[in-house]
Design a protein around this ligand. Structure first.
Ligand code: 4NP
Length: 162
């Protein structure tokens, strides 16, 4: 059995975008030829919600689309994540800046980038923060993630020839 591919999705609070991404990616990877070969996790650059479940609007939106994220708990991104993961995919540019600011990057294993760019999704390259928005913003986030998921699976298969 080959080494698992380790993927971390990062946003600000780890209660809206990145747990939704974790759920969607886990489901889509599980239904792909990469099933059982990828570990998906999520984290936030901020610490306000550490230990909390995802925002109830994120849970409801994911559930509406058949994805259960109610059991996830928020954690903060840390320096060790640069070593523990292969890919750190961020929701927006400010998340990416914060991730790269967390030392030490020396000898880091993970490569970091924007999730939508990494998925080669046409159009938008940032997942907008829905926290102060409403149901439409959460639906928009879900649609972006749903559209990006195939690109992520395809990219991983190319990168690892699996
Ligand atoms: P997320 O959304 O980064 O998608 O989890 C946010 C959640 C909480 C806060 C900001 C964004 N906050 O400021 O508490």
């Amino acid at each position: 059995m080959a080494e698992p591919i380790r993927l971390l999705v990062v946003c600000l609070g780890n209660i809206c975008r990145s747990p939704m991404a974790e759920g969607v990616l886990r489901a889509r990877i599980g239904a792909s030829p990469l099933a059982g070969q990828v570990e998906v996790d999520s984290a936030g650059t901020g610490d306000w919600h550490v230990g909390q479940p995802p925002d109830r609007r994120a849970i409801a939106k994911a559930r509406e689309h058949g994805v259960d994220i109610a059991g996830l708990r928020a954690r903060q991104f840390g320096a060790a994540d640069h070593h523990d993961f292969d890919w750190v995919l961020c929701a927006d540019r400010s998340n990416l800046r914060d991730v790269r600011r967390v030392a030490p990057v020396e000898g880091a294993r993970a490569r970091s980038g924007l999730l939508l760019e990494w998925a080669a999704l046409e159009g938008e390259d940032e997942i907008p923060d829905p926290y102060t928005g409403g149901a439409a913003q959460f639906e928009h986030v879900f649609q972006l993630l749903d559209a990006a998921a195939d690109g992520i699976v395809a990219r991983l298969r190319r990168e690892y020839r699996r």
